[in-house]
Design a protein around this ligand. Structure first.
Ligand SMILES: Cc1ncc(COP(=O)(O)O)c(C=O)c1O
Length: 428
């Protein structure tokens, strides 16, 4: 039985987090799980989630929180949205697992159609993936197959995943350096937001570049919106040099920045668009939507050249259809845009008023509070946790406290979170 009621709930802390049950479970986990896959190796206890609903999380010690992470951006429609849950139940009563690339199922067909109708890509075809980084791998392979050129221009900072292919285009040295000998040498990198002249120079001077890969707004690496018009300039340059423009919308897609897809704010149609995270409301999925001309480059083999056992999983496809319907019905991209204006107005003066704040920046429901140091960010996160607010820090040094709640967060909940953060900043 669920202990978390639905509704416009504020946090309620019963035991200073993490409580005794969470600590015990962390000790048990550290007996069995490899170091590196969690923070336990650092001697840190983590929260242990028991339930989540809407914008609330309940931990194993009975503490109720507001979730400003949206579960890494996955819970755009809220945790356990009733439409998503009933779609999963319905699908589970018929078919839980399909045959990947070999045999299809109806939900996969319906989702392919729905995605192709919705994405800002000209005459798109979809290639399903098992995760976000798998979608990035597919996009990189597609750009190469379609252009015959292996080079990729990527930006710094950027996060595109940590699998071996996606890691080559992710920027943070901490992730890359242990594996440098495993990398190829085709990735060029420029600063995110750099002048279009610098991009033009690289594209003109390097005939091996077949794709430009960009996050329309930097997500995990610091929540940095692209300068207005920048994506359009990149798109024009890509057309001029016959290079594929790959938009990584894994974090930004499905309403997070206030439009269905972040590239739409600049009126850009990428050649390839990667998505994942929010798409299936909590079940694993990824997808690349690409212009038919490029996607046709995959033709001609008897085997699927890129596939995985769980691609286009029936439960994920059914959940994704419910997510798309919910985003549409509840007009959630617009809600994100409106709440973004509320957050902008509220945080506008924070860098002037609070010594620890360098900058507050964002769009829609993707905001970052850039603090003076990682220690300042960690201290704020800890205070927020004790106020009943779950958040994460991002950026290469972990200095940027993120405000990325479910798009269904209520006015009262977001006001509570902003009040609590402001009170802590005032006191720090
Ligand atoms: C922009 C972006 N690309 C790719 C990824 C990797 O996705 P996944 O963790 O599902 O492999 C992420 C995950 O945070 C992301 O934010």
């Amino acid at each position: 039985m669920s202990r978390l009621p639905s509704g416009d709930l504020l946090p309620k802390i019963e035991t200073s987090p993490p409580g005794p049950r969470a600590r015990q479970l962390c000790r048990d986990l550290s007996d069995y799980e490899a170091p590196g896959i969690n923070t336990l190796g650092l001697g840190e206890n983590t929260l242990v989630w028991e339930e989540a609903l809407g914008s609330n999380v309940l931990d194993v010690d009975g503490n109720r929180y507001l979730d400003l992470t949206a579960g890494f951006g996955v819970a755009a429609v809220g945790h356990r949205h009733p439409l998503v849950v009933s779609a999963i139940r319905r699908q589970a009563s018929r078919l839980v697992h399909g045959l990947g690339d070999v045999h299809a199922h109806p939900s996969r067909v319906e989702l392919a159609r729905a995605l192709c109708r919705r994405v800002p890509v000209d005459d798109p075809r979809v290639y399903f993936a098992a995760s976000g980084s798998d979608a990035v791998e597919i996009a990189l392979k597609t750009a190469y197959l379609a252009t015959g050129r292996p080079g990729i221009l990527a930006f710094d900072p950027a996060y595109h995943g940590l699998t071996l292919g996606s890691l080559q285009v992710t920027s943070r040295p901490e992730f890359r350096e242990p594996f440098l000998p495993l990398f190829h040498s085709w990735v060029r990198r420029l600063p995110f937001g750099c002048s279009s002249e610098r991009i033009a120079e690289v594209l003109a001077s390097d005939p091996d570049i077949g794709g430009v890969l960009v996050e329309p707004m930097v997500g995990r690496e610091g929540l940095i919106p692209a300068p207005v018009g920048w994506l359009r300039e990149i798109s024009d340059l890509c057309r001029r040099h016959a290079v594929a423009l790959i938009a990584d919308e894994i974090f930004t897609g499905f309403g997070r920045t206030g439009t269905w897809f972040a590239v739409e704010a600049d009126g850009v149609q990428p050649d390839l668009l990667c998505c994942g995270k929010a798409l299936a409301g909590g079940l694993p999925i990824g997808a690349v939507l690409g212009r038919r001309g490029l996607m046709d480059a995959w033709r001609g083999s008897h085997e699927a050249l890129h596939t995985a056992t769980f691609i286009a999983n029936p439960l994920s496809c059914a959940a994704a259809l419910a997510v798309l319907e919910t985003l549409e019905r509840q007009n959630l991209p617009e809600r994100a845009a409106n709440l973004g204006r509320v957050i902008a107005a509220r945080t506008d003066s924070w860098s002037e008023r609070f010594g620890s704040v360098v900058e507050v920046r964002g769009l829609g429901l993707a905001w970052g509070i850039d603090l003076a140091s990682p220690d300042a960010a960690n201290a704020l996160l800890d205070q927020m946790l004790h106020d009943g607010i779950v958040a994460l820090a991002g950026g290469p040094e972990g200095r940027v406290v993120q405000i990325c709640p479910p798009l269904v967060i209520t006015d009262r909940q977001i006001a509570f979170a902003l009040d609590a953060i402001e009170a802590r900043l005032r006191q720090n």
